[in-house]
Design a protein around this ligand. Structure first.
Ligand code: APR
Length: 268
């Protein structure tokens, strides 16, 4: 995982929000194979801060000091103490919002086939989504650096930092750190989903971390329509994406789902 692109400042034409919501719902209702790519922004309304931008975690923590694999291996105690402890507190308390629930509803309707998420919070699964590719792993699980034993993060007592396995090895989260590769199976499945879909919903990602930000490009090159839901434009806006629904994900998805259900009255 690595950060590359610069944020562009292209904002699409002055289309009214109501029209954007309707257009998005029409694309969804007529899609035969929709895929979603989600990022930290989709969980903001669940109380989890994003990484970048105002109030983002990277304002408080330098990612190279706390989220790079070399930093973790050099000083796991520091990374657990300062960063992972806070992550654990945030993630165990959070609940899915209307954007997670909306995507689960689209899967139930048979429209959305797969979610590719960069998030490690497990909220898509809590919302009921079944086919979720966790591109950057999951914080719900820890893995021992020595023997590979896995255990659930909620069960770990953080009185002693770093947490250790019975074998004495240090636990690491089952997430992908900066400087590590994407698990091959997740990468393959994501590329396949991106090249198969006719519609990709890109929700709450700044689209500057690779290779996840390349998935909409693959989808676009394969003929799909790309729609972003994000209060801010991204490097995809006006280049790769056809529409930007410039709104918070939960608020937008609530309206979009109502409209999709109106367009597909026969579907339960
Ligand atoms: N609804 C939708 N989008 C939102 C909302 C909201 N309520 N609030 C903020 N956003 C948008 C921001 O405008 C921004 O574009 O969500 C995006 C969050 O961007 P990042 O913090 O960069 O998150 P993400 O794109 O998921 O980051 C990718 O970077 O640090 C790594 O591993 C980390 O998986 C993460 C990766």
């Amino acid at each position: 995982m690595r950060e590359v692109a610069k944020v562009a400042s292209i904002i699409p034409g002055n289309i009214r929000m109501e029209t954007l919501i309707k257009k998005t719902a029409e694309y969804i209702a007529s899609s035969k194979y929709a895929v979603a790519l989600t990022g930290a922004g989709i969980s903001v309304e669940s109380g989890i801060p994003p990484f970048r931008g105002k109030g983002g975690l990277w304002e408080k923590f330098d990612p190279m000091e706390f989220a790079h694999i070399d930093a973790f291996m050099n000083n796991p105690k520091k990374v657990w103490e300062m960063f992972m402890r806070e992550m654990k507190g945030m993630l165990v308390e959070s609940k899915p919002n209307d954007a997670h629930l909306g995507l689960a509803r689209l899967e139930e309707l048979g429209i959305l086939k797969t979610i590719i998420t960069q998030n490690v919070d497990g909220l898509h699964q809590s919302a009921g989504s079944k086919d979720v590719i966790e591109f950057h792993g999951n914080f719900a699980w820890l893995r021992c650096l020595e023997c590979g034993h896995r255990c659930q993060t909620v069960d770990i007592n953080l009185d002693h930092i770093p947490p250790r396995c019975d074998c004495g090895g240090i636990y690491r989260p089952d997430c992908v750190f900066f400087g590590e590769g994407i698990p091959p199976n997740e990468l393959d499945r994501s590329q396949q989903a991106a090249s198969q879909c006719d519609l990709m919903l890109v929700i709450g990602t700044s689209a500057i971390v690779q290779p996840s930000a390349f998935m909409p490009v693959i989808a676009k090159q394969s003929g799909a329509t790309i729609i972003e839901i994000n209060p801010e434009p991204t490097p995809l806006t006006g280049t790769t994406s056809t529409l930007l629904v410039q709104e918070k994900a939960g608020k937008a998805m609530r309206q979009i789902i109502t409209e999709v259900e109106r367009l597909l009255p026969g579907k339960k």
